[in-house]
Write a protein that binds this ligand. Structure first.
Ligand SMILES: Cc1cc2nc3c(=O)[nH]c(=O)nc-3n(C[C@H](O)[C@H](O)[C@H](O)COP(=O)(O)OP(=O)(O)OC[C@H]3O[C@@H](n4cnc5c(N)ncnc54)[C@H](O)[C@@H]3O)c2cc1C
Ligand code: FES
Length: 280
C-alpha cells in the first residue's frame, strides 16, 4: 500500500496572480511521474495538500476539474508560513502534493437536477471545479439548469475573471457576478451582497441542489434566503475548512462531534450540519 503521507512530486507549471492585492495566486501543477498522475483521481469538492520542502504543507481545495487532464490547480491566499513560501516560488520548481482527500460535492444527487452555486471570495475554488466539470460536453446533459451567484468585495478581488466573463456569454449557465461596492468599474455591472443577489435571482428550489461555499457571514445570511426560496436542508451543501493536520482521519485534529471534517467532509448537507455540534 502507498504511504498516504508521502507527497507526489509535481512541477509548478504556471502561477497566475488573481487579485489586485496580489495575495491570491492560482498554482497550476503537473506530475513529474506519469504513474502518479494516474493515481491522483479526484472529484470536484475534494482537497489536496501542497508541500514546500523544508517549510511545511497545507490543505487547499482543488480548483481544477478532473476534465482538465494533465494538470491540477489550487488558488491560494497568502496567510502564513506555508502560503507565503508558496507565493514566493517561481514557475518550474518542484513541490510536493498529496491527496486527494475528503468527500466531494454530491454529483450523484445533482444528476438530473438544477444546480445552484452560491459563493463569495476565494472560497469559489472548488465550485469553479464543479462548474468546469458540469459544463464539459461529456457531462453537461447529466445536470439541469446551472445558476451561479458569485461575489467579492470589489472587482479587483474577483478570481477567475476571464472565465467569469466567458460564462456570462455562455447560455449553458446563468451567472450573476456581483461586488459589494461598484467604484465606477466597467465590470461587473452588479452591486450587492451575495445573499441579496441570490434573493433577486430567485433560483427555483424544485428539483434543485444548492452548493454554498464562502465566508461564514455570507453562509449565515444566504441560508435564510435559500429557506425562503423553498430549499430543504437536504438540498443545500456547504464545504467546511476546519484546521487539519493529517487530512486522512488519523489525528483527530479536525473533528466536529463524531465527524472528521477531513474524511467525512469537507462537504456536508445543511441537514447533516444541523445534527452536528455548533463548533464548526
Ligand atoms: C479543506 C480545506 C480547504 C482549504 N482550501 C483553501 C483554498 O482553496 N485556498 C486557500 O487559500 N486556503 C484554503 N484553506 C486554508 C489553508 O489551508 C490555510 O490558509 C493554510 O493552512 C495556512 O497555512 P500557513 O502555513 O500559510 O499559515 P499559518 O502560518 O499556519 O497561519 C497563518 C494564519 O492563518 C490562519 N489559518 C491557518 N489555517 C487556517 C484555516 N484552515 N482556516 C482559517 N485560518 C487559518 C492562522 O490562524 C493564522 O492566523 C483550506 C483549508 C482546508 C482545511
Ligand atoms: S486532520 Fe487528522 S483526523 Fe482530520
Amino acid at each position: 500500500m502507498d504511504n498516504p503521507y508521502k507527497p507526489y512530486l509535481v512541477k509548478l507549471n504556471k502561477v497566475t496572480i488573481e487579485n489586485d492585492a496580489r495575495d491570491l495566486k492560482t498554482f497550476e501543477v503537473c506530475f513529474i511521474n506519469k504513474e502518479d498522475e494516474e493515481k491522483f483521481t479526484y472529484t470536484p469538492g475534494q482537497f489536496g495538500w501542497l508541500s514546500i520542502f523544508g517549510v511545511g504543507e497545507a490543505p487547499f481545495g482543488i480548483a481544477s476539474s478532473p476534465t482538465e487532464e494533465g494538470i491540477v490547480k489550487y488558488t491560494v491566499k497568502r496567510m502564513g508560513v506555508v502560503t507565503t513560501a508558496l507565493h514566493n516560488l517561481e514557475e518550474g520548481l518542484t513541490i510536493g502534493m498529496r491527496g486527494p482527500c475528503g468527500n466531494h460535492y454530491p454529483l450523484d444527487k445533482m444528476e438530473g437536477k438544477d444546480v445552484v452555486i452560491v459563493s463569495g471570495g476565494f472560497a469559489f475554488t472548488t465550485l469553479r471545479s464543479t462548474i468546469i466539470y458540469m459544463l464539459h460536453p461529456d457531462n453537461r446533459k447529466r445536470f439541469g439548469k446551472i445558476t451561479c451567484i458569485y461575489g467579492a468585495r470589489s472587482s479587483g478581488e474577483l478570481i477567475y475573471k476571464d472565465e467569469l466573463k466567458e460564462w456570462e456569454k455562455n447560455s449553458e449557465i446563468d451567472i450573476y457576478v456581483t461586488v459589494d461596492k461598484l467604484n465606477g468599474d466597467k465590470w461587473p455591472e452588479r452591486e450587492g451582497f451575495v445573499p441579496a443577489v441570490t434573493k433577486d435571482a430567485a433560483p427555483s428550489a424544485k428539483d434543485a441542489i444548492a452548493l454554498v461555499c464562502g465566508p461564514p457571514i455570507m453562509i449565515k445570511f444566504t441560508q435564510p434566503v435559500l429557506d425562503e426560496l423553498g430549499f430543504k436542508p437536504d438540498q443545500v451543501f456547504n464545504s467546511l475548512e476546519n484546521r487539519m493536520k493529517c487530512g486522512i482521519g488519523k489525528c483527530g485534529r479536525c473533528n466536529v462531534g463524531d465527524k472528521y471534517v477531513c474524511k467525512d467532509g469537507p462537504v456536508f448537507s445543511v441537514a447533516q450540519l444541523a445534527d452536528m455540534p455548533k463548533e464548526y
